[in-house]
Design a protein around this ligand. Structure first.
Ligand code: HEC
Length: 145
């Protein structure tokens, strides 16, 4: 019985690999990106790129281990939902009201440690931001409202 279950899991994992995710990013137009639009300081830029841009921009990078199903499906889902709710690459297309709302939400989510997602931090240690950095990032979001 145990052997059958194990074989079924292995078969599932093998078949799952045929269901690839689409890793093509939408085109990046530098002028539309928040970081270019408002000329963010260097340290804010690197924090955002490391901690937010994989899910909230058109510059998603997929490490090899995130290309393995079923993790890849889960990753792609985060990217779709993340981009759908907030896309820093398309900042310029947002209305003033929407910008303000997203900045407010961003400051809140960073302070409360809701963003970046904990599961993401487990797979991306380079995206960890210290308490001090969180505060700095949150203040920067607020400074633009
Ligand atoms: C692993 C992917 C991932 C990363 C990295 C990530 N987010 Fe998110 N984010 C999501 C997803 C998925 C949602 C939508 C679902 C939700 O609200 O939980 C979201 C929602 C949001 C929202 C809510 C937008 C709205 O108005 O509905 C804000 C604001 C936000 N993220 C900011 C950030 C910031 C700032 C960072 C970087 C410090 C960040 N996120 C990093 C995946 C991510």
């Amino acid at each position: 019985m145990k052997r059958k279950i194990l074989l079924a899991i292995v078969a599932f994992l093998i078949i799952a690999q045929f269901f690839r995710i689409d890793k093509t990013n939408p085109p990046v137009i530098a002028a539309n990106d928040i970081l270019n639009h408002v000329q963010a300081p260097e340290d804010i830029q690197s924090m955002m790129k490391a901690a937010c841009y994989d899910c909230h921009s058109n510059e998603t990078k997929y490490p090899w281990y995130m290309d393995i199903a079923p993790f890849s499906w889960w990753t792609k889902n985060h990217v779709n939902n993340g981009r759908g709710s907030l896309n820093f690459s398309e900042w310029v297309s947002y209305s003033e009201k929407k910008k303000k709302h997203k900045l407010e939400e961003s400051a809140l989510k960073v302070r409360k440690k809701w963003m970046p997602l904990t599961s993401y931090l487990l797979a991306h240690p380079e995206a960890k931001i210290s308490e001090e950095e969180r505060e700095k990032l949150a203040k920067w979001f607020e400074s633009m409202m």
